[in-house]
Write a protein that binds this ligand. Structure first.
Ligand code: HEM
Length: 143
């Protein structure tokens, strides 16, 4: 094989496997729910800014239902890292715990919105951001 052909072959193999990894990564049901969560979070935050707490409460309900769906999924990273057996079980349990903690925070947010407790709403927004950081740091593949 000449040098040019070799380089072309290596390039095409690495590019196609990269494209495959990326395709599989953002085509999961979980990434679909996450995209919905992102959109709903943005809408909820504009409802709060415009003082429409009732609309925000509805959005928090929707967010909870997306997290409940996300809870039944397995992060792509676990299969990409070929986790199996007890390792997979432990990681799955940790993932479920972070989702459950996030749902608890969302329920607190719902109460704070209903009682018009603005400082508490702000604090809980910060906590949700923290859960996002934690969840992505631990369970989101780099793709
Ligand atoms: C409100 C907070 C959150 C927002 C706005 C958010 C948003 C997103 C977005 C935009 C993506 C990329 C979706 C795509 O590829 O198109 C994503 C992926 C992901 N998020 Fe979140 N996320 C949040 C919280 C969480 C939490 C708490 C966890 C874990 C418990 C989590 C776990 C993941 C995982 C694992 C992926 C990769 C998808 C996969 O493995 O299939 N996220 N998220």
């Amino acid at each position: 094989m000449n040098k040019g052909l070799l380089v072309a072959t290596i390039l095409s193999i690495s590019c196609s496997s990269f494209a495959f990894a990326e395709g599989a990564c953002d085509e999961t049901a979980l990434s679909g729910y996450m995209a919905n969560i992102k959109d709903e979070m943005r809408l909820m935050s504009s409802d709060v800014k415009s003082g429409d707490n009732d609309a925000a409460v509805q959005r928090v309900d929707t967010l909870i239902s997306f997290f409940e769906k996300a809870r039944n999924e397995t992060p792509y990273k676990f299969s990409a890292n070929n986790l199996q057996g007890s390792q997979l079980k432990e990681q799955k349990a940790e993932y479920t715990k972070v989702v459950d903690d996030t749902i608890v925070i969302l329920k607190k947010l719902e109460n704070a919105l209903q009682s018009g407790d603005a400082p508490q709403v702000k604090m809980l927004f910060g906590e949700i951001g923290g859960q996002r950081k934690l969840g992505h740091g631990s369970f989101k593949a780099n793709c």
